[in-house]
Design a protein around this ligand. Structure first.
Ligand code: SOE
Length: 390
């Protein structure tokens, strides 16, 4: 017997669409799940756009005030896909009302906010998760499996880049519904919270806690017209950020992110170098995990050295993470499927009382690293992150 689960989606932008699609599809591809999400409510400020979205995605009702959603008895889950400055109040109110809470990344505008949100979901003991969807790319999950299996050995280096190019034009405005990511009052930060949060989440998932960072940021375009006021206003976000990291396991990391890398659209890459092997991933080629295995199993290493080399694993076999729920080997899945996989993990975690990660407490650790990065960029000094040991 399946149980219906009434979901209220807050926000209808890029992420609203990605999440709505996940709720629609998850029961088809993960039929073993006990819960069947229903798109019960969409909450958004613009009533016309909200009605249109609800019609397109088959959402049963529309609200314009999230407080009303939180009060509704027929809602089980509140999923926050609205801009970053709404996450804190909404998540806390939802938790206090006993709703399950899912939240887009970054969890919050600051560590202080993320701590309060984590305390609220834990006090209310409600299931919660943050949508760091890239953990659910099969090739990235495979990287984690290889690390867990000990195939990369003692880690020395972790290298991440997250590059885009969509804000280069100096006449691009900031703010409003479409460009809130450029408005520091709404986004909290620039590439650090928006892009590096992904890189940090993946890095700590694969390679453990980041203990210390030293960073530099730059804002290349200092003023942009604000869509709300029509006036040129200072740009408060970081357009680019690079930082060095020390991991608790003794390895060293470099991280770079920008929205000014001409030609790079969503170039999210990482490489982990260990004593026994390395893994490399590039989101613009997402089906593949590159793996260098130094010790070939079952061979005499002296004889085998001429056989070593990077191996491209096309992560589409039934044996690869998530792929037994999708198509036959060789047929690929895409960006949208990472949200479906994430939702499936979340629902399975609730059913088995083994919370899927990253939950709020886990995402709080990423927030701490982001805050430490921004602090270091300001002071120019190494900053201890305060990330909890695993
Ligand atoms: C920014 O352009 C953005 O949409 C991020 O907000 C998403 O989290 C990232 O996955 C794609 O890029």
């Amino acid at each position: 017997m399946t149980k219906p689960l009434n979901v209220a989606l807050v926000g209808y932008g890029f992420m609203g669409k990605a999440h709505a699609n996940a709720y629609r599809k998850v029961g088809h591809f993960f039929p073993e799940l006990e819960h069947r999400p229903q798109l019960t409510c969409l909450c958004a400020r613009d009533p016309d756009k909200a009605e249109k979205f609800a019609e397109t995605w088959g959402v049963e009702s529309v609200e314009s005030d999230w407080r009303r959603v939180v009060e509704r008895d027929d809602i089980d889950v509140i999923d926050i896909c609205s801009p970053n400055n709404t996450h804190h109040d909404l998540a806390i109110a939802a938790a206090e009302a006993g709703k399950w809470v899912l939240c887009e990344k970054p969890l919050a505008m600051s560590t202080a906010e993320a701590e309060a949100m984590t305390a609220a979901v834990e006090k209310a003991a409600v299931p919660n998760m943050v949508w760091f969807n890239y953990r659910r790319v099969p090739a990235i999950a495979l990287a984690r499996q290889l690390v867990d299996e000990g195939r990369t050995g003692r880690p020395f280096h972790y290298r991440a880049t997250y590059l885009q190019d969509w804000t280069i034009a100096p006449d691009l405005p900031q703010g409003g519904q479409t460009l809130w990511r450029l408005d520091v009052d709404v986004a909290g930060s620039g590439v650090t919270g928006d892009l590096l949060a992904h890189s940090i989440d993946t890095a700590m998932w694969l390679n453990g806690p980041i203990e210390q960072v030293v960073a530099a940021t730059e804002t290349f375009v200092k003023e942009r017209v604000h869509q709300a006021t029509g006036n040129a206003q200072p740009v408060g976000i970081d357009d680019a950020c690079m930082f060095l990291a020390r991991f608790a396991n003794g390895s060293m990391g470099t991280f770079e992110s920008t929205r000014y890398a001409r030609g790079r659209k969503n170039y999210n890459t990482f490489e982990l170098n260990g004593a026994d092997g390395s893994v490399h991933f590039d989101l613009e080629d997402p089906q593949y995990l590159d793996f260098f295995e130094h010790k070939l199993p079952g061979t005499d290493q002296k004889v085998a050295d001429h056989l070593t080399g990077w191996r491209r694993i096309h992560a589409t076999n039934f044996e690869h993470p998530y792929m037994d729920h999708w198509w036959v080997p060789g047929c690929t899945i895409g960006y949208e499927h990472t949200f479906i996989n994430a939702l499936a993990d979340f629902l399975a975690g609730v059913a088995s009382s083994t919370p899927a990660q990253p939950d709020f407490r886990c995402a709080l650790q990423t927030q701490k690293v982001c805050d430490a990065v921004l602090k270091s960029a300001h002071t120019g000094e190494w900053v201890t992150t305060g990330v909890e040991a695993e």
